[in-house]
Design a protein around this ligand. Structure first.
Ligand code: GLN
Length: 250
């Protein structure tokens, strides 16, 4: 299953966050150490999104393994940001291997990633009986479970929902409609990260003026805390909270 990370803190070169550190996301592309639920490498593409100083996002995505994209290495040395979401993808069987299916998804100011799969996709969730807001699958950027989760979340945020509430609520509703799903979601608005654990690994590292959440620890060994399963992490550079998600019957 994919690996993802979110970072908030002082501006860094993307290369110093994603490529250079020991066991960085680049290495997690071919040598992840904690894949749960299938998959051995994350070679079906990758994406990096970052916030600019004015709060808008920019993004680089490609449907190739990160290690083969030598152009990205140059770009990653030049681009600096203090708010980054990145992911490397192991496509769920049956889902298209295209750049548009690679997280992070964005609407220009928000970034979103999903590590996992929606069980019984699409029938389990893409019907009114699932009691989720109905989204036309053909309107999605890519016809994948992750793109649907993003569309559902975005609808709710545009309607005024607080991401700290909307992200865990969506996990609960999808888990009810599609038991057995794996739902590690990651959301960033550039000042706040909201991340869930629902059967996949997640770690958090808090430094004096920075916070990182990641599927697997990288860089300095010290300072990483494992997030318990079925939790939501709400983090800014000043504050990290980890709360249990409400129990759902499965
Ligand atoms: N199910 C999603 C996809 O195929 C995410 C895959 C993953 O986490 N490995 O894009």
């Amino acid at each position: 299953m994919c690996r993802h990370l979110g970072y908030l803190g002082p501006e860094v070169a993307l290369a110093d966050l994603l490529l250079e550190p020991d066991h960085a996301l680049l290495e997690q592309t071919w040598a992840p150490t904690d894949m749960r639920g299938g998959g051995t490498v994350n070679a079906d593409g990758f994406g990096v999104g970052w916030h600019r100083a004015d709060g808008t996002t920019a993004r680089y995505r490609a449907a190739v393994p990160m290690w083969t994209d030598t152009s990205f290495r140059d770009v990653a040395r030049e681009v600096h940001s203090g708010a980054v979401v990145a992911a490397v993808r192991s496509a769920t069987v049956g889902m298209p291997v295209v750049a548009e299916a690679c997280a992070p998804f964005t609407d220009g100011t928000r970034l979103f990633s999903h590590n996992g799969r929606v069980a019984g996709w699409p029938d389990s969730v893409a019907k009114p009986a699932a009691r989720l807001d109905v989204v036309d699958l053909l309107s999605l950027e890519a016809v994948t479970d992750s793109a649907l989760l993003w569309a559902l979340l975005r609808q709710r945020l545009l309607a005024g929902a607080d991401p700290e509430v909307a992200v865990p609520e969506l996990v609960g509703e999808v888990a009810d409609a599609a038991p057995g799903s794996r739902l590690n979601l990651l959301y960033s608005d550039g000042a706040r990260l909201v991340a869930t654990t629902w059967t996949h690994s997640l770690w958090v590292r808090q430094e004096p003026a920075a916070v990182t959440v990641a599927s697997e620890p990288f860089g300095a060994r010290e300072g990483w805390r494992a997030v318990p399963d079925r939790s939501v992490v709400v983090a800014s550079v000043h504050d990290v909270q980890v709360r249990p998600l409400a129990e759902r019957g499965e």
